[in-house]
Design a protein around this ligand. Structure first.
Ligand SMILES: NC(=O)c1ccc[n+]([C@@H]2O[C@H](COP(=O)([O-])OP(=O)(O)OC[C@H]3O[C@@H](n4cnc5c(N)ncnc54)[C@H](OP(=O)(O)O)[C@@H]3O)[C@@H](O)[C@H]2O)c1
Length: 288
C-alpha cells in the first residue's frame, strides 16, 4: 500500500515490544482489505506512559494495543473503559473514537473465540483454568459467562480464590483451589476443557508441564495459551492422550481479530493474520 496524507496509524505500546507479532498480523490484514492504515510498535516505559497515550490522542492514532507492563495503568489516561475491561482491571485495546480514547480487553473473548473456532463449544461444559495472573483473569471473566462450571487453580491459591469471588455474579458455578497433582487428579476426570494460562512450559522451560501426563484423557480439549513453543509439553502430552488440542497462537490471533474489528468495523481476515503471525514466529526461531 502507499502511505499518504490520509494514512492512519495503529500501534502497540509496551516494554518490550520488539518481538510482538501484532505489527505483522495487523499490517497483513490492513493490506488484505485495502485499508489505509499502518501498524507500528513503540517501546514505552512506565514513566512515559501518560505522555505516550496523550501523544497518541493528539496525533490522531486510530487505535492502540497495550501490552505489559501497561495494561492496568493505561486505564488512568483513557476517556472511557468498557465494562468488561473495567471488571478485569486491564485494557489491551484502545479505540480513538473521534478524539475520545476508549479501552477494551480482547484477551478473554479472544481465548473463548479461539476455542469455538477450533471446534470446542464451551456451552454447558466444565472448564479448568490453570493460573490466576493477568491472562487468566481476562479468560476467567469471559469463561464464567460461557461455561457451566469454572474451576480456577493456581500455585498461589489465594489469588485464584480472590478471582473466583469476583466472578460470583456471573452465571457459571465457580470454584478455586491449588494447582497441585492431587487437585488435578480430583478435577480432571470430570473436566471437558483445560486451559493453561500459567507460564509453565514456556521457552526455555519447554520440558515441563503444569499437568502430569497420566491425568490427561481423550475426552478433554486442551488449550495452552503459551505460543513459544507453539506445541508445549502439555499439548504434546494431551495429543498423546487422544485429547483435542488448541495452540496459544489461536488466542493471540483472535484477540487481535477482535481488536481489528473494534478499530475498523470490518470482519478480520483471520487466515491472512494467522499466516503472517506464523511466518513471523518462524523468522524469530520459534518452532514446534
Ligand atoms: N496467547 C496469548 O495471546 C497470550 C496472551 C497473554 C499471555 N500469554 C502467555 O500466558 C502466560 C501467562 O501470562 P500472564 O500475563 O498471565 O503472566 P502473569 O500475570 O505473570 O501470571 C503468571 C501465572 O503463571 C503462574 N506461574 C508462574 N510460574 C509458575 C510455576 N513455576 N508453577 C506454577 N504456576 C506458575 C503464576 O502463579 P502465581 O500466581 O502463583 O505466581 C500465575 O498464575 C505467559 O506464558 C504468556 O506468554 C499468552
Amino acid at each position: 500500500m502507499t502511505v499518504n496524507g490520509k494514512t492512519r496509524v495503529c500501534a502497540i505500546i509496551g516494554d518490550p515490544v520488539e518481538h510482538s507479532l501484532s505489527p505483522v498480523m495487523h499490517n497483513a490484514a490492513f493490506k488484505k482489505l485495502g485499508l489505509n492504515l499502518v501498524y507500528v510498535a513503540f517501546t514505552v516505559t512506565s514513566t512515559e506512559l501518560k505522555t505516550a497515550v496523550l501523544g497518541a490522542k493528539s496525533l490522531g492514532l486510530k487505535g492502540l494495543n497495550v501490552t505489559m507492563p501497561h495494561k492496568n495503568a493505561v486505564m488512568n489516561y483513557l476517556d472511557a473503559v468498557d465494562s468488561t475491561a473495567k471488571s478485569i482491571g486491564a485494557v489491551n485495546t484502545v479505540l480513538n473514537n473521534q478524539g475520545k480514547l476508549i479501552g477494551y480487553n480482547t484477551d478473554g473473548s479472544g481465548a473463548m473465540i479461539a476455542l469455538q473456532e477450533n471446534g470446542v463449544d464451551p456451552e454447558e461444559k466444565k472448564l479448568v483454568l490453570l493460573g490466576a495472573g493477568g491472562a487468566a483473569k481476562a479468560i476467567a471473566y469471559q469463561a464464567a459467562q460461557d461455561v457451566e462450571e469454572l474451576v480456577i487453580l493456581n500455585r498461589t491459591p489465594e489469588k485464584a480464590k480472590k478471582l473466583a469471588e469476583a466472578l460470583k455474579s456471573f452465571g457459571a458455578k465457580v470454584k478455586a483451589g491449588t494447582l497441585s497433582s492431587k487437585v488435578l487428579e480430583e478435577e480432571l476426570p470430570t473436566t471437558d476443557i483445560l486451559v493453561n494460562a500459567t507460564s509453565v512450559g514456556m521457552h526455555p522451560d519447554v520440558d515441563i508441564s503444569p499437568v502430569p501426563s497420566d491425568l490427561l484423557h481423550s475426552d478433554l480439549s486442551v488449550m495452552d495459551i503459551i505460543y513459544n513453543p507453539l506445541e508445549t509439553k502439555l499439548l504434546k502430552d494431551a495429543k498423546s492422550a487422544g485429547a483435542k488440542v488448541v495452540s496459544g497462537i489461536e488466542m493471540l490471533l483472535y484477540q487481535g481479530a477482535v481488536a481489528f474489528e473494534i478499530w475498523t468495523n470490518c470482519p478480520a481476515p483471520v487466515e491472512v493474520m494467522r499466516e503472517a503471525a506464523l511466518n513471523e514466529l518462524e523468522k524469530q526461531g520459534v518452532c514446534l
